[in-house]
Write a protein that binds this ligand. Sequence first.
Ligand SMILES: Nc1ncnc2c1ncn2[C@@H]1O[C@H](COP(=O)(O)OP(=O)(O)OP(=O)(O)O)[C@@H](O)[C@H]1O
Length: 279
Amino acid sequence: MSTPTDDARPLVVESSDIPERAAPVLETTGLSVHYGGVAANRDVSISVRPGEVVGLIGPNGAGKTSFVDAVTGFASYSGSVRLAGEVIDGLPSYARRRAGLARTWQAGELFDQLTVAENLELVVEPGGIGAVLRDVLGRRSSRRRVTEQVRDVLEMTELTDVADRVPSELSLGLQKLVGVARAVASDAKVLLLDEPAAGLSSSESQEFGRSLQKFVDRGIGILMIDHDMDLIMNYTHRLFVLNFGSIIAEGDPAQIRDDPAVISAYLGATESEEQRHHG
Ligand SMILES: Nc1ncnc2c1ncn2[C@@H]1O[C@H](COP(=O)(O)OP(=O)(O)OP(=O)(O)O)[C@@H](O)[C@H]1O
């Protein structure tokens, strides 16, 4: 494990610490997504191993969200998705979630009327959101009982001290962490993080990156999409780069940073943005 001495160094485990031959916990093979005539993903094959943080990056419109939508069962696709070795094609999104595929969304997804602990209870309570809301709306002074599973995740994510607060009382960075904690509370094997740094300052984003270590330590595989290159470069082990729906590069952050095809894809995207603004 890395032993960082300053904030600039990655705190997640080094690639060499991940068993090279560990079977992927998430694997897609030839995944393609079409919206009418638009090919949002073409033949995308990626893998995430247990305890590995994999980044999926690419210019705007490259197909990152479409990929996550397909993997989580929110968009139709051709090709195949395996979770812990099992093919999950054809399963609806809730069944994929139950099987251990957890997702966080770009937009805030926490219930502001509920405490942090209650937000986590939503995913572990067999009665679901209805049962939690009935309890909470019925209460006057006493808080809902915190289950052992939620207490465990709160401890792991160091959120125990804010368990009784409502999200609006927390910094945006902590709110994001609560979102991830909630995803993990549902016994996640894989976490798909869609732009977790959106809206965060660069120091909050780095803080968020450091918090990923706890999930890595538990062997959870993470696929992270973000435009924040400091977060991506410092806190991932491996990266896949999408452009126009296809993977154009794969490698560790240092390799990707110097890859001519990647540089050209980003420059091309910037140039066409500029042409759009000036055209
Ligand atoms: N529901 C949809 N219907 C039709 N086209 C869509 C739909 N969703 C996405 N697309 C198109 O698919 C392509 C990929 O979009 P997607 O949102 O997956 O890219 P992205 O990499 O996530 O972009 P960004 O970084 O801007 O979020 C784009 O051309 C987009 O316009």
